[in-house]
Design a protein around this ligand. Structure first.
Ligand SMILES: *Cc1c(COP(=O)(O)O)cnc(C)c1O
Length: 387
């Protein structure tokens, strides 16, 4: 029977416009999707380079499935670790300029596994207030003292670092903030981490593939590839389900760190290895990502087109130079209303509400893709203007 306390709790969510439901996609992910039976232009995915439905990647996946099937069949420490995983890890480390890398089945699991295996009760985490939910959960699960600094506020961070007596410290941040689109001040964060002998954990879920001339991510963007490589306490993490167009995640850093994670990261050890087919897709995708810089140029040109038009019609987008271009509306109900109106016009832009973002900062999260045409951006602009 239904639990009345759940029913009333769900009703409470509905009353404050924070009740969530899923829209159903048919056909491929892409700039034009069939969702809830309706065709629309979508600004709603993290498929920033338009690779999720790439014919080249689909061919790689089909070839691998033909020869070795779908499932990994076991965890990495049993018999699930395939040479294709090994190759992808090598390719990923090379792509981001780090000594070594390790695949995880998802970004959520990578964050939980790394943070909880490196830190414990007497240690301290210094986290940007707008970090992704998985980093917050990782910090809580680690039982380390959880200091949260004001978004991007280096003075606040340094103050907390200076006062901390913890033996082991770790600064943790999204490299590109997932619901804001702005980029963390990574050069300053690295300097602070070095000064206080702290670990620096960078979650580049929205930077890999998108930032840097060759899509190597936030370290390339800031010209930090060699500096980062030489700081053994730098941990770079990125996901493979966004611009890379596949699924899963990886962590990159020193070989000793990877060995530690293989031995200690519970979300690495106690789970089935990702299908080797996906690892092969990741290797192939990295090749496209570094070779086809037109995808990043196109993305940047779409962002300029949207920002220029919004400035002209007086719509204040949040400051962002990435594929994520949020329009802050403030209230949950106004944002839901705007998102629904856009949907009725065949334009899919999700409403982002609390608790994903702080109360009173609900927003439309417009996400752009190299798969979009100029005309798609123009239709978005017209629709925004009309509502
Ligand atoms: C998407 C995301 C994750 C989670 O990655 P998954 O592979 O989807 O589990 C982690 N961190 C950030 C910043 C993200 O945006």
């Amino acid at each position: 029977m239904d639990d009345p306390s759940l029913i009333s709790a769900l009703d409470a969510l509905k009353r404050v416009d924070r009740y969530r439901t899923r829209r159903v996609l048919e056909g491929p992910q892409g700039p034009h999707v069939l969702v809830d039976g309706r065709r629309c232009i979508a600004f709603a995915s993290n498929d920033y380079l338009g690779l999720a439905n790439s014919a080249e990647l689909s061919r790689v996946a089909a070839l691998v499935i033909d020869s070795i099937g779908v499932g990994a069949g076991a965890s990495h420490l049993l018999s699930g670790h395939h040479v294709l995983h090994q190759i992808a890890e090598h390719d990923l480390a090379k792509h981001v300029g780090m000594p070594d890398a390790l695949l995880f089945s998802s970004g959520y699991m990578a964050n939980i596994g790394v943070v909880t295996s490196l830190l414990a009760r007497d240690d301290a985490i210094f986290a940007d207030k707008l970090n992704h939910a998985s980093l917050i959960d990782a910090a809580l699960l680690s039982r380390a003292k959880h200091h949260r600094y004001r978004h991007g506020d280096l003075g606040h961070l340094e103050d907390l670092l200076r006062r901390s007596k913890a033996r082991k410290k770790m600064v943790v941040t999204d490299a590109v903030f997932s619901m804001d689109g702005d980029i963390a001040p990574v050069p300053d964060l690295l300097r602070l981490a070095q000064r206080y002998d702290a670990w620096l954990y960078l979650d580049d879920a929205h930077g890999i593939g998108v930032l840097g001339h060759e899509g190597r991510g936030v370290l390339e963007h800031f010209g930090l590839l060699s500096q980062a490589r030489n700081y053994p306490k730098l941990v770079y993490m990125a996901t493979l389900g966004k611009a890379i167009g596949a699924s899963g995640a990886f962590v990159a850093g020193s070989p000793e760190l990877m060995a530690w994670l293989v031995n200690k990261a519970r979300t690495y050890i106690y789970t089935t290895a990702m299908p080797p087919m996906l690892a092969a897709v990741v290797s192939a995708s990295l090749n496209i990502v570094s070779r086809e810089s037109w995808r990043r140029e196109r993305l940047a040109s779409h962002a300029r087109r949207l920002r220029d038009a919004c400035a002209t019609i007086g719509l204040g987008l949040m400051a962002s130079e990435t594929a994520i271009q949020p329009l802050m509306l403030g209230s949950d109900s106004a944002t839901m209303d705007a998102s629904n109106k856009l949907m009725r016009r065949g334009v899919y832009v999700p409403a982002i509400r609390n608790p994903t973002v702080p109360l009173g900062t609900a927003r439309l999260r417009i996400s752009l893709s190299a798969g979009h045409e100029d005309q798609d951006i123009d239709e978005l602009i017209t629709a925004l203007q009309d509502i």
